[in-house]
Design a protein around this ligand. Sequence first.
Ligand code: TYD
Length: 201
Amino acid sequence: MPRPNSPGWLVVLEGIDGAGKSTVLRRIAEHCAARGIPCVTSGEPTRGQWGMKLRQSMSEGRLTLDEELALFLKDRAEHIATLIAPALAEGKVVLLDRYYISTAAYQGARGADPVWILSENEKFAPKPDLVLLLDFDPAGGLDRIRARGDSPNTFEELQSLREVRRIFLSLDRPFIRRVDAAHTSEEVWQQCRENFDSVVQ
Ligand code: TYD
């Protein structure tokens, strides 16, 4: 197995909104603790200056595609410099809720070329050791978002989620493993754990 981030590991959870990423993130963090593997959790957009601008734009009016792309890249560069790269250098598992694969899928769904987005990001962003793509029918995803009391925002319209899902599934990278998130949370966890244990050892 290649170790692109040795001595650490970069593990990313991806998928459309409502696919259950935060539950899996928490369980992987617990799994690491039980195995004595140092682990930090984070996600994008961050809660830093650029990430907060992006979050604000989601609730208060959407930026243009170019503005949005530029902000995601700035947010990511800061995230890498301040958290991701140092933790990898310390030999930790860095566990992320979303990373540049989301940019390819979401900004791709707005009209940018997903292949170009991947290659632009890979010029500066460490490639993940593992991406768990929690794949789920968007109609069900929206039901889950509503069930937990959140209202779908402009990012979460059904039509665009279908397109986001289609792009996620089309991305061609050896580190992406698709997990069927339509199963029970226990079954989803089993699939994620098997993939995680095959990479982080
Ligand atoms: P989300 O994971 O819902 O954030 P949180 O749960 O912390 O509030 O992400 C917010 C939205 O940002 C989500 O709809 C996907 C979108 N997004 C992009 O459009 N491009 C990106 O590069 C990233 C990382 C997220």
